[in-house]
Design a protein. Sequence first.
Length: 203
Amino acid sequence: MSVSERAAARAVEAQNARATAEVRALIDAGLTVLRRQGAAGMTVAEVLTEAGMSTRAFYRHFRSKDELVLAIYEQETERTTARLRARLAAAPTPRAAVEAWIDENLALGFEARRARRTAVLAHEGTRLQVDFPVEFAAIVAATISPLAEMLTAFPDADPWRDAWSIHAVTWALVQDKLRGSPVSLADARAHVLRFCLPALGTP
């Protein structure tokens, strides 16, 4: 590589690093404002004030407020998926891995700290599905994928379809809890297991 090519490569690398830092700052600021006011009360101006950035910086990376909210949703899903994969990898048996996946997902609605964040994002997720169907489907698939991989260890399982079914039962209970249901975590967990384990051929 010539000197000029190396100089150009360094310039591009520096530009990419700045762009990554700006996007991260906007997402973090957006999440802070979103949790404080909800998406209906969130404006680009408030996000920029929180991030200490300019309007030009925002539109350099995002076309709209909704696209920023989607990016926040994606980031939170990445964090959840990383935590899921770590727990499933540490599980001693396939059944324990399934239970770990259920526990992690139920925690989104039953663990107070995480439930506050889930409540905001779940409300926005319902709306985002309409305008960003492909992106939102990928977000849901990322959550389900670790479970589907674990289900290959069950001879009677249809991994991907069964993973979607387990997700549907689990997420329905999370949503119910977020709406104020008095159901306990223990009862919710028992309900999911009662439906899912027999379907996998596990008592």
